[in-house]
Ligand binder design. Structure first.
Ligand SMILES: Nc1nc2c(c(=O)[nH]1)N[C@H]1C(S)=C(S)[C@@H](COP(=O)(O)OP(=O)(O)OC[C@H]3O[C@@H](n4cnc5c(=O)[nH]c(N)nc54)[C@H](O)[C@@H]3O)O[C@H]1N2
Ligand SMILES: Nc1nc2c(c(=O)[nH]1)N[C@H]1C(S)=C(S)[C@@H](COP(=O)(O)OP(=O)(O)OC[C@H]3O[C@@H](n4cnc5c(=O)[nH]c(N)nc54)[C@H](O)[C@@H]3O)O[C@H]1N2
Ligand code: SF4
Ligand SMILES: [Mo]
Length: 759
């Protein structure tokens, strides 16, 4: 029997979501499907935003009724492919439950009562409150958060103009562990040449559910060609199910296994000595740090048999350099992330796969590419910016320890807002402006966040939906969906330079605006107009192309432009083809006929720092990676872990009708032995409980998980007071995760311990 979430909620009267829609003021929502969709009937190139990967797409309005979406065929890596979420954009666009008018809260926070207001009133009231807070407590007492990308740059520009240093992206809840590991070691991240790899080792990264269409497709192609794939994951993800080997690693056991694999490479002389000598520093300290990290030692923390660890290290070394130890994407498993990801990059370096086919590479934007080619192959883009921004003296609220230097520059520690509000340290925070951010769902420790939000004088949310967090806001600013707005040209270079652009496909439904315009208009109202000199998005795009109208038109016509041919600096065939295409490049060739001398790293030593003196200076004992065995659970608890599901994006698409119909709940994966001990069978209600909170869900008994671990897909179970449409079904992960700030990378921790009982 098929049943959709909305019918289900109405039918069984879960919460009071059924009455929620009715509690909106009339006219607040696009309550009826629009008769005709006005928009472009040709295939308009644009960018998806059903998740933040932002794939190039083409979309068209068909017979005024629906929007057809496919991948942008001008991007060879994308082709016509989109994922299920990407194809469902029309369902978000037309959803009667979208917010399409600015709204102001009536009654208590989270009470679900709203009144529609005009943009003018919204700007005026928010600006008055912000300026009052600025006068009383300083501009720094207002914090701004947004998922990174074009949207965050506009909100953070407003923050800078207003005078607050406190801007936060999703980084500390997602990639910061990996990004900072890369920063510490190499001064920047590396990408994967997945399509050409011969052997991939993945510690969690689940490209068949944590989908990023181009990468996911490359992975499929590599497997079809016969690449070997080994997956370490406490549960059998779809990626694990399609891998050659799945190893049900104990949560927290990744770092010891990685250390042991590196030790095997070193002890058995299986590493690329020439690469290590030429491009790395700190090998001796690394070898010393691994002195006791034998596969037998790792087994006691990971349950990975020592002979498996040894065999895999030997196998991948035999296939090197066309191999990848996958650095992952979400890097929030535990407090050991920094060192886990550092060991991954160290292992890649030991395998000598950097700038080799099927290995890892540095992105090559126009500047770097043109320099190597000895001619202008790709145009460079100008960065729109404003001179004479106000000087900000206040320190960030998360700049509390020197070790957080890296994260302060790259998205901040969003969960530090909790401490700043509750303990007023280092100073009080009074207001939170969030855009494209749903912290009550995606930052750990929901109970503390609710208390935090309750204490604020002003909460503003800019979203397309009444998300769980928006439900607690004082003002809702409705952004046009991605199909209804234009944005800047973005640099999406990979092995060669490329640009992509988002373009409006349909006329906005209701009274929504793109967020760049919202923050500009709020800026004007705040009296900060001088910092927002541009007229519209077209002006900014034209500025980006340095006034080159032909380029501007071309990018708008194709939506995606790439230049030159793929280049891997140390791959002889690739370099040969590059020099043939651009003869002047020969002048830069190294003695071995490749661009080996051109491979440089932006670390203090310009080398890959297997040991980091800088980090040792900032955080004692962190110079070399070390396993610290931070506890993740109590003895009588089970591990609680999460992951993405192919049909939904984080805590964002649970409201989208087409996707919600396909999946509106997140069952709890329980191993048969663990279930039997508690008399649980599939479909039973179960309770998950720990010192943070308690959640009720449905059991899914399956051998595809470790007996000591429970798994759910994240993003469900939104709780937003009895009366709001922001309530969804299932387990809320944030109610079961404590408030943590990991060393150095400042990340949240998405593994905890829970007790399980039959409901
Ligand atoms: N427990 C647990 N927590 C996690 C994770 C986990 O695995 N477990 N994963 C983490 C990860 S990897 C990430 S990246 C974060 C993501 O966390 P968030 O950054 O909060 O991102 P999303 O849930 O993707 O989307 C946030 C909001 O953006 C809104 N939105 C969508 N499109 C638009 C738009 O065009 N404009 C505007 N203004 N709003 C829009 C959505 O409605 C949603 O409310 O969550 C993290 N949190
Ligand atoms: N369909 C879909 N695609 C997405 C997203 C989405 O929400 N939906 N979100 C996008 C975003 S923001 C991101 S960051 C990426 C994330 O993509 P991934 O990095 O793949 O992230 P997750 O699915 O959160 O986690 C991957 C796996 O980690 C496992 N895991 C949990 N704890 C541990 C552990 O301690 N060790 C090991 N080895 N494994 C563990 C989980 O069981 C899960 O299978 O996906 C992107 N693509
Ligand atoms: S992975 Fe899917 S949802 Fe994400 S941007 Fe690409 S098509 Fe859209
Ligand atoms: Mo993420």
């Amino acid at each position: 029997m098929r049943i959709n979430r909305r019918e289900f909620i109405k039918g069984v009267g879960i919460g009071c979501a059924g009455c929620a829609v009715g509690s909106f003021a009339p006219g607040a929502l696009a309550l009826q499907q629009p008769e005709m969709l006005e928009g472009k009937s040709n295939l308009t190139p644009s960018l998806c935003e059903m998740c933040s990967f932002r794939c190039p797409i083409q979309a068209q309005v068909v017979k005024g009724k629906t929007v057809f979406i496919q991948g942008n065929t001008n991007s060879p890596e994308q082709g016509s492919r989109v994922c299920a979420r990407g194809g469902s954009g029309v369902s978000l666009l037309n959803d009667p439950a979208r917010i399409v008018q600015p709204m102001k809260r009536k009654g208590p926070r989270g009470g679900g009562e709203w009144e529609v207001i005009s943009w003018q009133v919204a700007y005026k009231e928010i600006a008055e409150k912000l300026n009052e807070i600025k006068q009383k407590s300083g501009a720094e007492s207002v914090v701004f958060s947004s998922k990174s990308g074009s949207l965050s740059s506009h909100l953070f520009h407003l923050a800078a103009a207003f005078g607050s240093p406190n801007t936060f992206t999703h980084a500390s809840t997602c990639p910061a562990g990996k990004a900072i590991a890369a920063q510490v070691m190499m001064g920047g991240d590396l990408s994967m040449d997945i399509a050409n790899t011969q052997y991939m080792l993945a510690f969690g990264h689940n490209l068949y559910e944590g989908i990023e269409v181009a990468d996911t497709h490359q992975m499929m192609m590599a497997q079809e060609r016969g690449a070997k794939v080994v997956s370490f994951d406490p549960r059998m993800s779809i990626f694990s199910s399609k891998a050659d080997e799945w190893h049900a690693i104990r949560p927290g056991g990744d770092l010891p296994v990685l250390m042991a694999m590196c030790k095997v490479l070193i002890d058995e002389n299986l590493y690329d000595k020439a690469f290590v000598e030429r491009y790395t520093t700190g090998f001796a300290q690394l070898a010393e740090a691994l002195a006791t990290a034998t596969p037998e030692w790792a087994e006691q923390y990971s349950d990975i048999p020592a002979d498996v660890t040894r065999r895999i290290a030997r196998e991948i070394a035999a296939a090197a350099p066309h191999v990848i130890v996958n650095p992952g994407h979400r890097a929030t498993y535990n407090k050991e992330e920094l060192d886990m990801r550092r060991m991954i990059f160290a292992m890649n370096a030991l395998l000598g796969n950097i700038e080799r086919q099927g290995g890892m590479y540095q992105k090559k934007g126009a500047d770097k590419y043109n320099k190597l080619a000895g001619q202008t192959v790709a145009p460079t883009l100008a960065k729109p910016g404003v001179k004479n921004m106000p000087e900000i003296k206040a320190k960030r609220i998360d700049a509390l320890k020197p070790e957080f230097k890296y994260i302060n520059k790259g998205g901040g520690i969003v969960q530090s807002i909790i401490g700043a509000v509750e303990q007023e340290k280092p100073y009080p925070v009074k207001a939170w402006i969030m855009s494209r951010h749903n912290p009550l769902q995606t930052v750990a420790c929901r109970p503390e966040l609710v208390k935090t939000i309750d204490k604020l004088d002003l909460v503003v949310s800019c979203d397309v939906y009444l998300s769980e967090s928006a439900a607690y806001a004082d003002y809702l600013l409705p952004e046009s969906t991605y199909l209804e707005r234009d944005e800047e040209i973005s640099d999406v270079s990979g092995k060669h330079p490329a640009y992509a652009v988002r373009q409006q496909v349909v006329t906005p439904i209701g009274n929504t605006k793109p967020s760049w315009q919202i923050w500009q208009e709020l800026g004007n109202e705040l009296g900060l107009g001088q910092y927002f000199p541009w007229k519209d998005m077209a002006t900014r795009q034209l500025f980006q192309t340095n006034g080159d109208e032909a380029l501007y038109k071309q990018i708008r016509h194709t939506g995606y432009l790439e230049y030159g041919i793929p280049l891997l600096l140390r791959e002889p065939e690739s370099v040969k083809a590059f020099v043939e295409a651009y003869p002047a490049a020969a002048a830069r060739l190294s003695a071995d006929g490749t661009f080996a001398d051109e491979l440089k790293f932006k670390s203090p030593s310009s080398l890959i720092e297997l040991y980091s003196e800088t980090l040792e200076g900032l955080a004692n004992g962190y110079g070399a990676p070390r396993y610290r065995n931070f506890p993740l659970k109590k003895d009588n608890e089970l591990f609680f872990v999460q992951g993405k599901v192919a049909l939904h994006t984080n805590g964002a698409t649970q409201y989208v009708p087409l996707l919600s119909e396909l999946m509106w709940d997140n069952p709890v994966w329980i191993h048969p032995q663990t279930a039997k001990e508690r008399g649980i069978t599939t479909g039973d209600f179960v309770w998950l409980e720990n010192s943070t909170g308690k959640e009720k869900g449905r059991a899914l008994v399956t051998p595809a998980i470790r007996p000591d671990t429970l798994f759910v897909y994240m993003g469900f179970g939104a709780k937003a007071g009895a009366k709001t449409a922001a309530t969804t079904h299932g387990i809320h992960c944030g109610n079961l995760l404590p408030h943590e700030i990991s060393p150095v990378c400042g990340t949240d921790v998405h593994t905890s311990g829970v007790q399980l009982a039959r409901g």
